[in-house]
Design a protein around this ligand. Structure first.
Ligand code: DGT
Ligand code: CA
Ligand code: CA
Length: 353
C-alpha cells in the first residue's frame, strides 16, 4: 500500500494571507471570539511568524495579545476556508488517488498504490500535487508518503511547513524504533501518561509490554492500534469519505420542551441533512439543541457500520429525549449533525465481511 497524506499549512491563517497579501510576513492569528466579554475566546491557529512569538492554537486571546500586542488578530471565517478546502479536495486532490479520505477541513489521505510504480514515483507525484495546489490556490501544503495512513500523517507532521517526506517500506522498522510515542496520532495525554508508567517512550516499546496488560490499561481499541503500528501490521484502508460533517438546524415556531413537537422539526432536519449527504452514510449522528438562551447542548452516538436515514429517526429521538432529561431549559432550535460520512459502497464492504 502507498498512502499519500496532505495537510494544508497553517490553514486558516494562510487563507487570510491570500485574501489580504499585505499581512503576509507579519504575525497573524485567527481568533474564535466567543462574545462573552471583549477578547474572550481562543486562537484557532496562527501563521509561523506568530508561532515564533509563542502564539499557538487553543491559547486564550487575551494571553496571546499580552505576548504579542502587535500581531494581527482576525476573526475566524470558516465558510471561506471551507470553500477553499472544497476546491482543493474536490477540484484537485480527488484526481490524484484511486480513493480519497477527507479527514478534516485541511487533511486528506489518498490511496496511490495503483497510480505509481514505487516510492520514487510517489515522491514525484507528491511534488506534482504540491505544485498544482500552489498554482491553482496559492496554498502551500505538506505531503507525507508512507506504507500506511498513520505513518504518512506522522511523516507529514515532521516535514511541516511546505514539505514533502517519504518513508519507504525498508525504512519503517528503524523509524518505529526511534519514533517518540507522543508523536503517534490518537495518543492523548491520559494515554501518554499510562504508557510512560509502563516504560514506553518510543512506539516500538509497546511490543515489550504484555498485550493483556496494555489492554487493561488503555482499552482494547487503543492497545490493538498501537500494537499493529509497532509491529508494522497496521493496514487500515483509505476509506472514501465524502465530507466531514453535515449539519442541518431548524428554528421552531415556539420554544418548547415537548418531545413530539420538537421531534417534528428534528425529522425535517434529518431529511435535509441526509439529502445533502447525497447517498453517503454517516458513522456518527448528533442531535444539537440550541436552548432558549442560545446555549448549545448536543448528544452524539457512533455507529460503526453507519446509520441509515430510516434508523436515524428513532436514534435521534432517543438522543433528543436524553437532552431533555439532562437539561431543564426550553429549546429554540434543533438539528442534527452527521459525521464521518462514507460512500455507501465503502460500507457495503464492511457488511459483507
Ligand atoms: P499546521 O501545523 O501548519 O498544519 O497548522 P494548521 O493551522 O493547519 O493546524 P492543524 O492542521 O492542526 O489544523 C487545521 C485547522 O484547524 C487550523 O488552520 C485551524 C483549525 N484548528 C486547529 N486547532 C484549532 C483549535 O484549537 N480551535 C479551533 N477553533 N480551530 C482549530
Ligand atoms: Ca491538520
Ligand atoms: Ca494543517
Amino acid at each position: 500500500m502507498i498512502v499519500l497524506f496532505v495537510d494544508f499549512d497553517y490553514f486558516f491563517a494562510q487563507v487570510e494571507e491570500i485574501l489580504n497579501p499585505k499581512i503576509k510576513g507579519k504575525p497573524v492569528a485567527v481568533c474564535v471570539f466567543s462574545g462573552r466579554f471583549k477578547d474572550s475566546g481562543a486562537i484557532a491557529t496562527s501563521n509561523y511568524e506568530a508561532r515564533k512569538l509563542g502564539i499557538k492554537a487553543g491559547m486564550p486571546i487575551p494571553k496571546a495579545k499580552e505576548i504579542a500586542p502587535n500581531a494581527i488578530y482576525l476573526p475566524i471565517r470558516k465558510e471561506i476556508y471551507k470553500e477553499v478546502s472544497n476546491r482543493i479536495m474536490d477540484g484537485i486532490l480527488k484526481n490524484y488517488g484511486d480513493k480519497i479520505e477527507i479527514a478534516s477541513i485541511d487533511e486528506a489521505y489518498l490511496d496511490i498504490t495503483q497510480r505509481v510504480k514505487d516510492f520514487r514515483e510517489a515522491y514525484i507525484l507528491g511534488k506534482e500535487i504540491k505544485d498544482k495546489i500552489y498554482e491553482k490556490e496559492k496554498i502551500t501544503v505538506t505531503v507525507g508518503i508512507a506504507p500506511n495512513k498513520i505513518l504518512a500523517k506522522i511523516v507529514a507532521e515532521l516535514h511541516k511547513p511546505n514539505g514533502l517526506g517519504v518513508l519507504k517500506p525498508e525504512e519503517v522498522e528503524s523509524f518505529i524504533k526511534t519514533l517518540p510515542i507522543d508523536e503517534v496520532p490518537g495518543v492523548g495525554n491520559t494515554i501518554l501518561n499510562k504508557l510512560k508508567e509502563n516504560g514506553i517512550s518510543y512506539l516500538y516499546d509497546v511490543t515489550k509490554v504484555d498485550f493483556e496488560k496494555l489492554k487493561s490499561e488503555i482499552g482494547k481499541a487503543k492497545a490493538s492500534y498501537l500494537y499493529s503500528l509497532a509491529l508494522n501490521t497496521y493496514n487500515e484502508p483509505v476509506k472514501e469519505r465524502i465530507r466531514k460533517h453535515i449539519g442541518r438546524y431548524v428554528t421552531m415556531k415556539n420554544n418548547s420542551r415537548d418531545l413530539d413537537f420538537i421531534y417534528s422539526y428534528l425529522k425535517r432536519a434529518i431529511d435535509e441533512a441526509y439529502s445533502r449527504a447525497n447517498g453517503g452514510i454517516p458513522k456518527t449522528l448528533a442531535v444539537v439543541a440550541i436552548m432558549e438562551d442560545l446555549d448549545i447542548v448536543s448528544r452524539e452516538k457512533t455507529y460503526n457500520f453507519g446509520i441509515t436515514r430510516e434508523n436515524a429517526y428513532d436514534e435521534a429521538k432517543l438522543l433528543l429525549a436524553e437532552i431533555l432529561k439532562s437539561d431543564r431549559r426550553k429549546l429554540r432550535r434543533v438539528g442534527v449533525r452527521l459525521g464521518k460520512i462514507y460512500k455507501a459502497s465503502t460500507l457495503d464492504k464492511f457488511f459483507n465481511f
